[in-house]
Design a protein around this ligand. Sequence first.
Ligand SMILES: Cc1ncc(COP(=O)(O)O)c(C=O)c1O
Length: 391
Amino acid sequence: MNAATHEIAAVGAHLNEVYPMLPFTPVRGTGVYLENAAGRRVLDLYGGHAVAALGYGHRDLSEALARQSRDLVFQTNALPLSVRDEAAEALAAFGPPGLGRVFFVNSGAEANENALRLAFKVTGRSKAVAMEHGFHGRTAAAAAVTHGAQQSWYGFPRTPFDVAFVARNDAAALAAAVDSSTAAVIIEPVQGLAGAFDFAPEFMHAVRAACDRHGALLIVDEVQTGMGRLGAPFGAQLYGVRPDLLTVAKGLGGGFPCGAVLMPHGIAADLKAGALGTTFGGGPVACAAIKTVIDVIDRDHLIANVRDVSSAIRATCLVGPVESIQGLGFLLGLRTRSRAAAVRDALLARDILVGTSADPHMLRLLPPLILSTDHVKVLAAALEDLTHAPL
Ligand SMILES: Cc1ncc(COP(=O)(O)O)c(C=O)c1O
C-alpha cells in the first residue's frame, strides 16, 4: 500500500458539492496511470467515466490539440471548416452503415436531446419509449427518458412528452408499449450507469422489429458504449441492429468535450436551415480530437485489443470479492459480495481506480482502450489480496 493514501477528498470552497469525491487528486496522467502531486501513481480502470479512450498524455491526441489550437482555436458553423468535414467523414465511416450524416454537439445529453427532437419532428408523434434503469442525460428531454429521474433529480415541473418505460429484456412489455403514437424507442445496448447490463440480442432485435412495425425511430444511445468500447466500433454493429439515429459522446474526443448525432441521409435531407443548432458543436479543436481518436483506434487496432484484454479480465478477475462479471468489452460490471463502494475504496487504497454504479453491488470498469493484459494482472492480484479483507 502506498504511503500517500491518506489524501482526503477536498473540494474548493467555490464549487457546488454535488459530486461525492474520492480521496485522490491527480495532476497528470500517462497511459493508463494517473499521478498526484506527491508522485503517487494510480492505475485508472475508470477512464473518467469512459471518456479517456486513448488514456492520458497520448502523443497523437496532445499534438493534434496543440496544432489545431495554434492554427484556429474556434470558428462557428456559419463558416465551413475542412477539419469539421474530415471529422464527420471519419465518424460516418467508423459508424454503422447508412448513417452518413453527422450533427456535432458538445455532450451526450445534447446529442440525445437533438435525437429525440428529430424523432418527434420526423414522425409528428407524441410519445417515447425507454428502458427501465436507462440513463440518457440531464437536459429536459434526455432526462425525461432517463428511468427514475422524475422521482429523484429531474427538477422541471413536467416532462416535454409522455414516456413509457419497459422492463429490460421483456419483449411482451415492449410490444405493449410501442404503438402508432410512438415517435422513438431509445436504448443503450449495454446500460452503463445501471452496472454494465447487456441486453439480450433477441430483445435488441425485438426493439428494431417493434419500431419497424409501428413506424417509430430507433435511437441507439452509444454515448458510453460507442467508440470501440464494446469491442466493435459501436454496440449497434455488435448486436447487428440498425439504428435510425445514433448518439455518441464521452470517448469521441478522447477527453475533449464533444458529442454527435449520426443519422441517415433521408432524415438529414428533410432538415431545413435552423432546424438544429449549436455554437460550440463542431468546433475545430473538438473535430481535430475526433479525427485523431478514430485514426488511432484504427491504426493501433484498439478494438481488437479491447476484445482480447476484456477476455483476460473475465478469465482472471473472478476472484476475491467478485462473484460474477457482466457487460461487454471495456464496459464491465463486477458483482461483489460486499458493497461495491467498500471494494472500490479498498482498491483505491491499493492504487487502482474503479467505478461504482446504480447497483450497490456492482463495480464498473471503463478503462482506456489501450489497457493491456499486464494491467489486468495488477487488478487480479489486488482483488485476490482482498479475499480475506474486512469489507
Ligand atoms: C448512456 C449515456 N447517455 C447519455 C449520457 C449523458 O452524457 P453527458 O454527461 O455527456 O451529457 C451519459 C452519461 O453518463 C450516458 O452514460
